[in-house]
Design a protein around this ligand. Structure first.
Ligand SMILES: C[S@@+](CC[C@H](N)C(=O)[O-])C[C@H]1O[C@@H](n2cnc3c(N)ncnc32)[C@H](O)[C@@H]1O
Length: 428
C-alpha cells in the first residue's frame, strides 16, 4: 500500500524550479500587523538587527509566519521533501534505527524532531519503527517534538495521534502530550532543553534555515552590522542600512580569519547545535540536520518567498516566508570537540547511500496502479535530481565519538552508511 504521503504531485505541478518549497496564495503586501509593529518599534528605539526582524516576522507569538492560524489552511502551504514522498521519511527512519543499532542498542530511544511542520516526516519514520519491531524489541521508545507554533502542533497531533492528545495550560515545558497511532508516548516542547536526558536521535529538516541570522558587511572601517531601518523617503517602507559603529553582534560573531566581504551568522542555530552536541556526547545518540546550505562559502542568501516567487524580505513581514542558507562550517565549529561531524553531503548522495533505488523498486513491485507508479517515479526524481532537490539540500550529521572508529579512513564528505538490507525491507 502506498501511504498518503504521495500527497503532493498536485502541488508539484505548480512549483517553479527556483522557488523554495513554500507556497502561498497571493495576499496583499502592504501593512501586515507585524509591519506596523516594527515601524513603531524602529521609530521608538532606532534600527533593529536582521535577526530581530526575522524573529518577529517568523515567530512573533501573535502574528508570526509560523504561528498564524492560516499557515496550513487553504490559503497557504509549504512543500518539503517529507511531503513529496513517503520514501524520504522511511529512509530517515532506517537511518535512525541504524544509528541506534550502531550505538549499541540502548534500552531507551528518544526520537526528537525540531520543527516538525505537518508531522509527515515523523509519521513515516514511526511506520518504519513499527515494521522493524523485531529489531527494536522491548526498547523504550518515545517521541519528542520541538515546535514553536501551537497551531502547527495541532496538525502534528492530528497526523501522529489522530487527535489523541492532552494540552497543558500556561508555560509548562510539555505543552501537549499523547500516544501515537503506533502506541508510543509523544510530547511537545517549545525548547530543546526541556526534553528529558537520555539516548536520542535528533532530526531537523528545514528547521535551521528558519532561525534568525545577523548580517555583516565589511567596510573601510571594519565589520559593520546590517540593520533594518525606516526609509526616510517613505515612512511606511523599510530599508537596510549599515550601522555606523560596531554592534555587540559585529564585535563577537565575526571569525578572525573571515575573508568574505559579506557574512551571515545564525547564533541561535549555533546555540542549538551546541546543545545537541553536548547531549550526544553525554547521553549518546546522533543528529541529522537537513537544509539548504553551504560550507562557509556563500555570502548574501537571506531571501523571502511568497506566492511561488522570490519576495522582497522587507515587504509584508509575517506574511511571507524568510530563509537563509545554513552555514554548516559554523555549525561544525559550534559542536566542539566531543562529537564527530560528517558532511554536508547532497540529498542525492545521502538518499542513494541509504538505498532509495532499492526502496523505489520494492514500492513499484507492490503497486499496479499506473498513476500511482508514475507519481512514485516523479517524486523520486524530485528528491534526487540534481536540478531539483538533489543538490539543493544538504545532509549534515553529528555523532557520538564512539562512532568515530567506524569512520576511520573515510572522507569528511561521507554519509553514515545504512545497515545493509534495510532499504530492501518490504515496508508497506
Ligand atoms: C520550514 S518549516 C519545516 C517543517 C518540516 N520540518 C518539513 O520539512 O516539512 C519550519 C518548522 O520549524 C518550526 N519552527 C520555526 N522556528 C522555530 C523555533 N524557533 N523553535 C521551534 N520550532 C520552530 C516551524 O513552526 C515549522 O514547524
Amino acid at each position: 500500500m502506498i501511504s498518503s504521503s504521495m500527497r503532493t504531485l498536485l502541488w508539484l505541478k505548480r512549483l517553479m524550479p527556483e522557488v523554495r518549497w513554500t507556497m502561498w496564495q497571493n495576499r496583499s503586501c502592504s501593512n501586515s500587523s507585524i509591519h506596523k509593529h516594527l515601524i513603531s518599534k524602529i521609530t521608538a528605539t532606532g534600527p533593529i538587527s536582521v535577526a530581530e526582524y526575522m524573529r518577529e516576522a517568523l515567530t512573533n507569538p501573535v502574528a508570526g509566519y509560523y504561528v498564524k492560524n492560516d499557515m496550513l489552511g487553504a490559503g497557504g502551504d509549504f512543500i518539503t521533501s517529507p511531503e513529496i514522498s513517503q520514501i524520504f521519511g522511511e529512509l530517515l527512519g532506517v537511518w535512525c534505527v541504524s544509528e541506534w543499532m550502531a550505538a549499541g542498542k540502548s534500552n531507551m530511544f528518544q526520537l526528537v524532531e525540531l520543527g516538525p511542520g505537518r508531522g509527515s516526516l515523523a509519521s513515516d519514520i514511526l511506520r518504519v519503527f513499527s515494521q522493524l519491531k523485531t529489531v527494536l524489541g522491548e526498547t523504550d521508545i518515545s517521541v519528542h517534538l520541538v515546535e514553536v507554533s501551537p497551531k502547527l502542533s495541532q496538525f502534528q497531533a492530528e497526523c501522529l495521534t489522530g487527535g489523541n492528545t492532552q494540552s497543558s495550560d500556561g508555560d509548562q515545558p510539555v505543552y501537549r502530550s499523547g500516544t501515537t497511532r503506533t502506541g508510543l508516548p509523544i510530547y511537545w516542547y517549545r525548547r530543546i532543553e526541556d526534553i528529558p536526558r537520555g539516548f536520542s536521535v535528533f532530526l531537523a529538516h528545514e528547521f535551521f534555515d528558519a532561525l534568525p541570522i545577523h548580517k555583516f558587511q565589511k567596510t573601510e572601517k571594519g565589520w559593520r552590522e546590517v540593520m533594518v531601518d525606516i526609509d526616510p523617503e517613505s515612512p511606511e517602507k523599510l530599508r537596510f542600512v549599515v550601522s555606523h559603529s560596531p554592534t555587540l553582534a559585529s564585535s563577537v560573531l565575526i571569525q578572525k580569519d573571515e575573508n568574505r566581504k559579506h557574512v551571515e551568522v545564525c547564533p541561535e542555530g549555533g546555540v542549538i547545535v551546541q546543545k545537541l552536541a553536548n547531549r550526544i556526547a553525554e547521553d549518546g545518540g546522533a543528529a541529522l540536520i537537513v537544509d539548504y546550505g553551504h560550507d562557509g562559502t556563500k555570502t548574501d542568501t537571506f531571501r523571502g518567498f511568497k506566492g511561488h516567487q522570490l519576495h522582497n524580505v522587507l515587504e509584508a513581514p509575517g506574511m511571507a516566508d524568510m530563509t537563509a542558507d545554513v552555514d554548516f562550517s559554523y555549525l561544525r565549529k559550534m559542536t566542539g570537540n566531543e562529537v564527530t561531524c560528517l558532511g554536508p553531503i547532497t540529498q542525492r548522495s545521502f538518499l542513494k547511500n541509504m538505498g532509495i533505488d532499492s526502496r523505489l523498486q520494492v514500492l513499484l513491485r507492490n503497486c499496479h496502479d499506473p498513476s500511482t507508479r508514475a507519481q512514485l517515479i516523479h517524486s523520486y526524481d524530485m528528491l534526487i535530481n540534481p536540478e531539483k532537490m538533489g543538490h539543493r539540500f544538504q545532509f549534515f550529521s553529528v555523532l557520538n565519538r564512539g562512532r568515530l572508529s567506524q569512520y576511520k579512513g573515510m572522507q569528511k564528505n561521507t554519509a553514515p552508511l545504512p545497515v545493509a538490507g534495510f532499504a530492501e525491507l518490504d515496508i508497506q
